[in-house]
Design a protein around this ligand. Sequence first.
Ligand SMILES: Cc1cc2nc3c(=O)[nH]c(=O)nc-3n(C[C@H](O)[C@H](O)[C@H](O)COP(=O)(O)O)c2cc1C
Length: 154
Amino acid sequence: MAEVLTELVYSSRTPEPMTDAQVQALLEHAREKNTREGVTGLLCYDGKSFLQIIEGESGTILELFHLIRNDPRHTDIEILHDGEVAHRAFDSWKMAYEGVPTGMLPSLARSIARASLTAAMAGKTEMEISAGRRIFDLFMDELYSEDPRQLADA
Ligand SMILES: Cc1cc2nc3c(=O)[nH]c(=O)nc-3n(C[C@H](O)[C@H](O)[C@H](O)COP(=O)(O)O)c2cc1C
């Protein structure tokens, strides 16, 4: 049976700012496990909030998100988009990471949630342009115009 690919995007907050070392430890474990489980995506952190997209086989994403949402390192988890996709947007990244300036994530989160709602109201299971692709394009445009290779995580 063909694999059903899902992308899930959520935002959350950290009770206290996480140190670089804490973020690195989180990423190290996540990347090692994502490699095993066929999960790809991007994690952004601005010192207060996370925005993460995880992509993979539907059942795997469901199980992983259950763990992530119960992880005490963050709170106020809000699902911004959850849907099937034909292709991964981050297929080379076991979990790319970007520290971003404060203020960027809330507007990005709102725009993803709005696009997701619009697609749902139109009765579509897939967004015309996947949330992952939107985020990928935005990051490439805004942050990596000079050297897209900076995004590589391994
Ligand atoms: C913001 C955030 C993002 C996370 N992203 C991932 C991830 O992409 N992959 C992953 O396996 N765990 C991720 N985790 C960790 C999970 O919550 C959980 O601790 C981990 O999957 C458990 O791994 P284990 O099954 O080896 O014990 C994340 C946690 C936080 C707080």
